[in-house]
Design a protein. Structure first.
Length: 166
């Protein structure tokens, strides 16, 4: 049985509530879809802190502190930038966990090295006084809506599997 985005958000919320943790997100290609999924859950104010939609590079810099030099060197759709987005959100929101997405949902904008459907993810958290950050890249199939829905689903699924919530 496939878990729906609502089921994933609900399960993540229950885990956050049980551990007395708060989450925030920094989204680019998902355009607030993660924040929407999380806040669709009744009682989410107990564990959801902030949602940053930083679609433009200037928003990534202004709101999350992503260095412009990092954007210029690696592009917005990169491990380096999505990691900086998650870390910036974690710091700005004073949350326990931050997740971030940056990708190419299409239909245009893809390149040979970053085709349409490419999404970088990062999850950042503090553990025993150390900043931890895990990132990964996925390439999803389908149209713009399908890519974005798959990205939201993956972000929530992987967040629920973080060691902090185990």
């Amino acid at each position: 049985m496939t878990r729906t985005i609502h089921d994933l958000a609900n399960s993540l919320g229950e885990a956050l509530k049980e551990k007395d943790l708060r989450i925030c997100c920094a989204e680019s290609c998902t355009g607030g879809g993660i924040a929407s999924a999380l806040t669709d859950i009744a009682g989410s104010s107990a564990w959801f802190e902030y949602g940053f939609v930083t679609y433009a590079n200037s928003a990534k810099t202004d709101l999350l502190g992503v260095p412009d030099a990092l954007l210029q060197a690696h592009g917005a759709v990169s491990q380096e930038v999505v990691g900086a987005m998650a870390q910036g959100a974690l710091q700005k929101a004073s949350a326990d966990i931050a997740l971030a997405t940056s990708g190419i949902a299409g239909p245009g904008g893809g390149t040979a090295s970053k085709p349409v459907g490419t999404v970088w993810f990062a999850w950042a958290w503090q553990e025993q006084g150390q900043l931890e950050c895990h990132s990964e890249c996925r390439v999803f199939e389908g149209d713009r809506q399908a890519v974005r829905a798959q990205a939201v689903e993956h972000a929530l699924l992987m967040a629920s599997e973080l060691p902090l919530l185990g």
